[in-house]
Ligand binder design. Structure first.
Ligand SMILES: C=Cc1c2[nH]c(c1C)Cc1[nH]c(c(CCC(=O)O)c1C)Cc1[nH]c(c(C)c1CCC(=O)O)Cc1[nH]c(c(C)c1C=C)C2
Length: 579
């Protein structure tokens, strides 16, 4: 009964969106492949990371006659996605130097379809939702590992944990009191995640629990990042109902069930866009049963397969070691963008530029009289993380089985002088990538703790810091069989307070300077995860359809304009969302 009511509500909410963009199948596929004089459209994609490659892939599907050139500054493709095999006695192990797994559910809708299209299903490996690594997640506070509540733990144990472990202080009473707290001051248009959870729940919760979560995703400072951008739903509930708990109750739990849990209207549109595209049933079942997935040869297999697919396509050229130096509109009729690479003498003209590089890097390319034309894009800074991979030939070195642990900002300095953010138990977290047994770990160092630093620890120092940390936290004093460290400079953009408003300004500056011919995509704008980037890449290709590709008001940031729209979630059929 309730399900049917949800379905009806979803249907009625869809009837009210007839003004939304047409679905891809309804668009005129070739409207943008040729210019008005019949020449082939020339498109440049800046950046050969996962977003750039995926953007080129989706653009080539939408516009089979356009010519696409990918410009990558460095010698390899993949950007932050980087997996390497390392020989060890008896076999080899896989090290991930950046992201390593992909989440399932709605956030991976585009990714899972891409994996299927690229023929990668056979190489996909899954971590079951009931595997210890999916259930056991830890926070280190103040000087020991604390297991986080999960479905496998009894009510009694959870209650005991909440009462006895200092990391949970303030959670129980803070959550109970949340509904009685004052609503948001009317002048407040955004605030830090830390300030929001302090105001609504308890400052200890912000410092201990929320800051750990923020470390694990953004490697960022809970007191700087924007709640509006990172936790839009609690922010929305507070705005609508004066409290997160009341918002939840009104929209999800109320016995009459009238209003429903909310989702961004953009997500609903995306789900509807995939309505007629089915995943292979076995793949769909595997995704539904897993918490995260990756590939036998690591996450880079996705990059490699994408690159192979692009290389076979005559429409696409990939230029490695070709940094773009400057972008400007051609002054004759404002219909082309001049792109200069390496030296200023290597100049070409493009109809559209899709930038998949960081917003900062892009703002540096778009200068006039040595001043950027896109100052708002220069305002998103990114943090640097050192990723230290260690493999010990001895199995069973870990005191517990699980995904790993995060270290909150509030841990005393003596417990974390290395400024580590967390440790991943790779040998538990994802299985099936190594040919030998052992204990494999990743220690993440730095992030916001290193903001403003002009030089960083060397790779050798990073390995030593990781080993000291492991000895102190996990009593692992063995010599690693192999250890590698990689400094990922400026790898995670920080959506600090005011992010949304800055992006709106960036949209205006892009529109005014490039009239729709420069579109932006990537982790600087709307989500830092691989799933987010793939979705954004697909969106940018779809967006080129409208207005024959050069609709002057479009920039890739269009959806940041106006208030975010929320719709009732309803009972979307499982088949629609891929997992
Ligand atoms: C280089 C370090 C990264 C840290 N966070 C990210 C990267 C690339 C990005 C990220 N990590 C997670 C998410 C959440 C949602 C998602 O799309 O998966 C995002 C956007 C969750 C996550 N955190 C860690 C892991 C292994 C995962 C799963 C996804 C992945 O493989 O990245 C652990 C972890 N990540 C970071 C730290 C400091 C850390 C600590 C244990 C920073």
């Amino acid at each position: 009964m309730r399900l049917r009511r949800h379905a009806n509500l979803l249907e009625s909410s869809l009837k009210h969106v007839s003004t939304r963009p047409l679905l891809s199948s309804q668009w005129n596929r070739h409207s943008f492949s040729t210019t008005t004089d019949g020449a082939q459209q020339e498109i440049a994609v800046l950046g050969g990371g996962i977003t750039g490659l995926a953007s080129a892939y989706y653009i080539s599907k939408e516009f089979p006659r356009a010519r696409i050139t990918i410009y990558e500054a460095g010698p390899r493709l993949g950007g932050w996605l980087h997996s390497t095999h390392v020989e060890v006695p008896g076999g080899r192990v896989l090290f991930e130097h950046g992201p390593r797994t992909l989440r399932t559910g709605l956030s991976s809708l585009v990714t899972s379809h891409l994996v299927q299209e690229l023929g990668l299903i056979g190489d996909t490996i899954y971590t079951s939702k009931i595997a210890p690594s999916a259930l056991n997640r830890f926070i280190y506070y103040p000087d020991h590992l604390v297991r986080m509540p999960s479905p496998g733990i009894s009510f009694f144990d959870i209650a005991q944990m909440l009462l006895s472990e200092p990391v949970f202080r303030g959670l129980f009473t803070g959550a109970l009191m949340e509904i009685f707290r004052d609503g948001r001051p009317s002048a407040l248009s955004d605030e830090s995640v830390g300030s929001f959870f302090s105001r609504r729940v308890d400052p200890r919760v912000a410092n201990n629990l929320v800051s750990a979560l923020i470390h694990g995703i953004y490697a960022g400072d809970v007191w700087q990042l924007s709640v509006k951008s990172l936790f839009p739903l609690p922010w929305y509930y507070e705005g609508q109902e004066g409290s997160i708990a009341r918002g939840l109750y009104e929209r999800t739990l109320r016995p009459d069930g009238a209003p429903l849990a909310m989702m961004p209207a953009r997500d609903r549109d995306m789900i509807m866009d995939f309505k007629n595209q089915k995943l292979e049933p076995e793949f769909e079942r595997s995704l539904a049963a897993c918490s995260v997935f990756s590939f036998r040869n690591g996450i880079q297999q996705l990059v490699d397969r994408l690159a192979e697919t692009l290389q076979k396509n005559d429409q696409i050229a990939i230029k490695l070691n070709t940094p773009v130096k400057h972008l400007e509109m051609e002054d004759n009729n404002g219909k082309k963008v001049k792109i200069s690479t390496q030296s200023r003498d290597s100049v070409s003209s493009k109809d559209i530029i899709v930038s998949a590089i960081s917003s900062n890097a892009l703002s540096n390319l778009c200068t006039s009289d040595s001043k950027t034309q896109l100052p708002a894009l220069a305002q998103t800074h990114a943090v640097t993380v050192m990723v230290v991979n260690l493999f010990f030939s001895k199995s069973g070195l870990l005191p517990v089985e699980g995904f790993g642990y995060l270290i909150p900002q509030s841990v005393p300095f003596e417990q974390n002088p290395e400024r580590a953010l967390g440790v991943i138990f790779d040998s538990d977290a994802i299985k099936g990538q190594d040919t030998v047994d052992g204990t494999k770990l990743t220690v993440m160092l730095g992030g916001h703790w290193w903001d403003g630093w002009s030089c960083y620890p060397s790779e050798e120092e990073g390995i030593n810091m990781a080993r000291t940390l492991l000895a102190r936290h996990l009593q692992i004093t063995d010599e690693p069989t192999v250890a590698r460290a990689k400094l990922q400079k400026d790898c995670i953009p920080q959506y600090t307070v005011g992010h949304e408003e800055r992006i709106q300004r960036a949209h205006s500056q892009l529109r005014n300077s490039f009239g729709g011919r420069l579109r932006v995509v990537g982790n600087s704008y709307n989500g830092v995860g691989v799933n987010d980037c793939l979705r954004a890449a697909r969106d940018i290709a779809k967006g080129l359809h409208e207005g024959a590709g050069y609709e002057p008001s479009r920039t890739g940031l269009d959806h940041f304009l106006g208030e975010k729209q929320w719709v009732a979630q309803g009972s979307l059929r499982k088949g629609n969302i891929g997992s």
